[in-house]
Design a protein around this ligand. Structure first.
Ligand code: BJW
Ligand code: ZN
Length: 318
């Protein structure tokens, strides 16, 4: 982004723009899950402060040291399985409901289409919040196609820690089984630098694999179904296709240091859209954003949506 704008932090001014959005996009990062107890990556309290990302989140690391990658992935996955969505996940998930969209986003070109929800997070907490809200009585007015769209327009661009991919037969499996291999049943912190033999790492067909060669049970080494540095993030075509139509982009809890997600705000600005950043503190893209709301997103997002509802209700009854 080349232009520098003077950003505003006026919630009412932003809510008026949000209320007139015809196509909303949401981009989230690790800060969204901080209040759920999941460590962010960067910053003083971040994962990369005590773990070298190139030892655990690159294809080279995987090829050289899959046990190190799995030990890291298991401990993060274990923490995420124990965590629950927080108030920011829940507030964003309400936009999956047709009734909420009609009230909060009355100008959407197609109210039956939920906002484009792109997350860099691999922790599944956004999806869990959406799944819970889709089980509430408010979701009953939505038909099967409308519910399907909610899932289609929720994109986990860096993959998911609940997905594993077999490096041999290439099968993809979604699982919340924990641990994925008996070796991780013991406290990993007590193992020190001891290497785990490759046949004790998660394998295709599970730990009781007994020699079949079948697809999905071939005994091959499983890898986490996440996107590492140097790999191409998922659904890029779809993201760019939708993003060019987005007129308001909410960028929540991301340092905006990792590409290509870091460039999405620029795409929206280039197309004349509005960008709002919600982050604990300053980020790379604040100078280019139209609105910046500093503070914990588990507070700012519910606050903005509450205000948006009040403004829309007042307008409707005027
Ligand atoms: C709160 C809060 C609260 C805290 N409320 N806020 C040089 C220039 C440009 C690009 C490159 C370059 N060198 C290499 C690249 C490419 C590279 C890249 O961008 N590197 C940069 C680091 C320089 N990118 C890639 O390799 C990507 N692939 C790629 O580019 O392919 C080429 C291609 C693209 C498109 C089309 C065709 C080709 C892949 C990136 C994969 C990232 N993977 C990871 C690891 C996941 C695996 C695992 O954990 O096991 O994904 S890295 C990590 O960073 C993770 C995250 O999704 C990602 C982004 O982090 P995020 O979410 O922003 O978190 P943080 O911690 O950085 O920030 C948290 C924020 O929250 C902070 O700002 C806090 O203030 C805030 N916060 N509490 C609100 N309560
Ligand atoms: Zn296999």
């Amino acid at each position: 982004m080349s232009t520098s704008l003077t950003s505003s932090s006026d919630p009412d001014a932003f809510c008026r723009i949000l209320a007139s959005s015809k196509s909303l996009g949401i981009l989230t990062g690790a800060g969204l899950s901080a209040a759920s107890g999941i460590e962010t990556y960067r910053g003083v309290d971040g994962q990369w402060n005590h773990t070298n990302p190139f030892e655990v989140a690159s294809l080279r690391a995987w090829n050289e040291n899959p046990d190190r990658v799995w030990t890291y992935s298991h401990s993060r996955r274990d923490a995420c399985l124990r965590a629950s969505p927080n108030a920011a996940h829940d507030a964003l998930a309400t936009l999956s409901l047709l009734s909420t969209r009609k009230r909060l986003l009355p100008s959407l070109t197609d109210p039956s289409k939920p906002p484009l929800y792109i997350t860099q997070n691999i922790d599944g907490l956004c999806r869990r919040a959406i799944d819970s809200i889709m089980k509430t009585p408010e979701a009953e007015e939505m038909d099967a196609d409308e519910k399907k769209l909610v899932h289609e327009r929720h994109i986990e661009m860096h993959g998911s820690m609940y997905r594993v991919v077999c490096t041999q037969c290439k099968c993809i499996k979604w699982t919340e089984e924990n641990p994925l291999a008996p070796i991780f049943a013991n406290d990993t912190s007590t193992r020190g630098d001891e290497k785990i033999p490759i046949d004790q790492l998660p394998r295709c067909g599970g730990s009781s694999w007994s020699g079949s060669n079948r697809y999905g049970r071939c005994g091959g080494l499983l890898r986490p179904g996440v996107v590492w540095f140097g790999e191409v993030p998922e659904n890029q075509g779809e993201i760019i296709r939708h993003l060019t139509k987005v007129d308001v982009l909410l960028v929540i809890g991301t340092s905006s240091l990792v590409h290509p997600a870091a460039s999405y705000a620029g795409t929206v600005k280039k197309n004349g859209g509005t960008v709002a950043v919600c982050n604990l503190g300053p980020t790379q893209i604040d100078d280019h954003a139209d609105f910046v709301f500093h503070g914990p997103c588990e507070k700012t997002i519910p606050m903005l949506f509450k205000r948006l509802g009040q403004i829309n209700d007042a307008q409707a009854s005027a």
